[in-house]
Write a protein that binds this ligand. Structure first.
Ligand SMILES: [Mn+2]
Length: 409
């Protein structure tokens, strides 16, 4: 059986909304052509409460995919919820879609509409029969949950495969080996044993590792979101062949993204800006087609008397706005005016981390120091406080949560 793994499409992602839609569409269409079934380890949507427009976008995408001639069909479903279709498109909600237990999330809504199978805490069996020979795949899905609850949840749920099937464990969490800054993140060896393939979402760059001697794959997002160095590789999805026990990566046409470094040592603002222009022009020349995203990273130490704001970041972005999406990062510059906290953010360790994960780490450390003892998990509290709803609503929900011990999200 050929299984396409497409992840983190982030439909509705504000900054590159059309990119998110178009690239998700291309990934799903190509995946449908190249495989017998599709699995999606989380973050189809960028928000836990996407607007009706974004839900409509998603529905259109999946409606179109449903028309493809998938050779496999869903033949079994065990767990919470229900399978409302036999089309082999199996998804779980990710961190961006996570809501309180039992509250509908956008992936469960797609599930109810029969456009995907929502496999959060469910085991789904998929079958394909070709010239009298039947192949079976079983996907055990576990939707994204608070990191510090993951180990406990693994114990409770005890994910296991099914005899006679090619077994996949699909989840959406941080992994310590890839993001080494919170002890609550799961280590690869602590993932449940006995599966033939491990598939994770959440991390937006491509990862190919081993878990208990089997392949552990993260396809990365289909759209650029974090503008991190390791996103330059290009986007796409995996197709895993269960017979060969081998996989291939399939690229999609994603907007070009380039990171260029400039050492500011001994240079004045005008010289730095001119270097930035040169680098930007080169990237634009070589990209052809859609405007590239260019991130210029300034490093080194600014000379005495030169301040960060002397470098006209906004001016540069404006100058190139017709040909590129230009962003200049000053975080790597050493200068007297920068405070301690900014220093931490730029240390190498964080290169692979999302800001959300970093923020969560800091938040938990502070809660620990303050002797936090409440029953609500710190990451749930963090999610609530960092949600995109109105401040007053967030505060009243947080107060309610703290007094009742439940989330009213
Ligand atoms: Mn994501």
């Amino acid at each position: 059986m050929k299984i396409a793994i497409v992840s983190d499409m982030h439909l509705g992602y504000e900054r590159f909304r059309e990119d998110a839609r178009r690239q998700a569409c291309e990934a799903l269409e190509k995946a449908a052509e190249a495989s017998d079934m599709i699995i999606i380890p989380g973050d189809i949507f960028d928000y836990r409460r996407p607007s009706p427009d974004v839900i409509a976008e998603a529905m259109t995408l999946f409606r179109n995919i449903m028309k493809k001639n998938f050779k496999a069909r869903v033949s079994g479903f065990e767990g919470e919820g229900f399978a409302y279709t036999d089309m082999p498109i199996i998804a779980i909600p990710g961190t961006h879609e996570r809501r309180a237990l039992n509250a509908a999330n956008p992936v469960s809504i797609l599930g109810m509409a029969g456009l995907v199978i929502d496999a959060s805490q469910a085991r789904v069996t998929i079958e394909k029969t070709l010239s009298g020979k039947t192949e079976k795949v079983c996907v055990f899905g576990l939707g994204g949950i608070a990191e510090e609850r993951f180990r406990e949840t693994l114990k409770e749920v005890a994910p296991r495969g099914k005899e006679g099937c090619f077994n996949i464990f699909m989840f959406h969490q941080s992994v310590y080996e890839l993001l080494p800054f919170s002890e609550s993140f799961i280590r690869i060896d602590d993932l449940p044993d006995g599966f033939d393939l491990y598939v994770d979402g959440h991390i937006h760059s491509r990862v190919e590792m081993k878990c208990h001697g089997k392949d552990f794959l993260i396809p990365g997002s289909t759209v650029i979101t974090q503008l991190k160095e390791n996103e330059q590789d290009g986007k796409g999805f995996f197709v895993y062949d269960t017979e060969e026990r081998a996989y291939t990566f399939h690229r999609i046409n994603s907007r070009k993204f380039a990171v260029e470094e400039i050492d500011v040592d001994g240079k004045g603002p005008a010289e730095i800006e001119e270097l930035a222009r040169e680098k930007a022009r080169k990237v634009i020349e070589s990209s052809g087609g859609a405007k590239p995203i260019i991130r210029i990273v300034l490093t080194g130490k600014l000379g005495n008397g030169i301040k960060l704001h002397d470098i006209s970041v906004h001016g540069l972005a404006k100058e190139f706005q017709d040909n590129a999406i230009l962003e200049v990062s000053k975080l790597g510059v050493k200068s007297e005016e920068i405070e301690q906290e900014a220093m931490e953010i730029r240390t190498g360790e964080l290169e692979n981390a999302s800001l959300r994960d970093y923020g969560l780490g800091v938040f938990m450390e502070k809660l620990n120091k303050a002797g936090y003892r409440l029953e609500i998990s710190p990451s749930e509290l963090f999610d609530l406080l960092s949600s995109d709803t109105k401040k007053e609503e967030v505060i009243s929900a947080a107060v309610k949560m703290l007094s009742h011990g439940t989330i009213e999200n």
